[in-house]
Design a protein around this ligand. Structure first.
Ligand code: ZN
Length: 121
């Protein structure tokens, strides 16, 4: 089975037997993410990540809080997890990398503070 990432949280979707027949149509890792998908996104967080990265030197990185503060300066804390989700979706598309201590980490399992940067070759 090819690897898939959740359209909401960007984590790898673990294949389950119950999806044997409709794996091609599976888009979410959990009922919680399926429910989130029904709510319209409040902010264009993926777009903001791209804009902030493009405004900096090619090899610099940003913190999720930079993104949250840029879109909601007065109420940015609730956006921290949504920003991390947006960053994981961008990783799944090859547009950014998530790092900890300067090393690229697996976005599905990374815990604790992260930084976001453009892929380096
Ligand atoms: Zn998910």
């Amino acid at each position: 089975m090819p690897d898939k990432t959740c359209a909401v949280c960007g984590r790898r979707i673990e294949w389950r037997k119950k999806w044997e027949r409709d794996w091609d149509s599976v888009k979410y890792c959990s009922d919680a993410c399926r429910a989130d998908a029904r709510r319209a996104p409040e902010h264009d967080l993926e777009g903001e990540i791209g804009r902030l990265l493009d405004a900096r030197a090619r090899d610099s990185s940003i913190c999720p809080s930079d993104v949250a503060r840029a879109v909601a300066p007065d109420d940015w804390r609730p956006l921290m997890e949504p920003v991390r989700r947006a960053a994981r979706r961008l990783v799944a598309r090859g547009e950014v990398e998530i790092t900890q201590g300067g090393s690229v980490v697996d976005p599905s399992t990374a815990k604790g503070p992260i930084r976001i940067r453009r892929p380096r070759t």
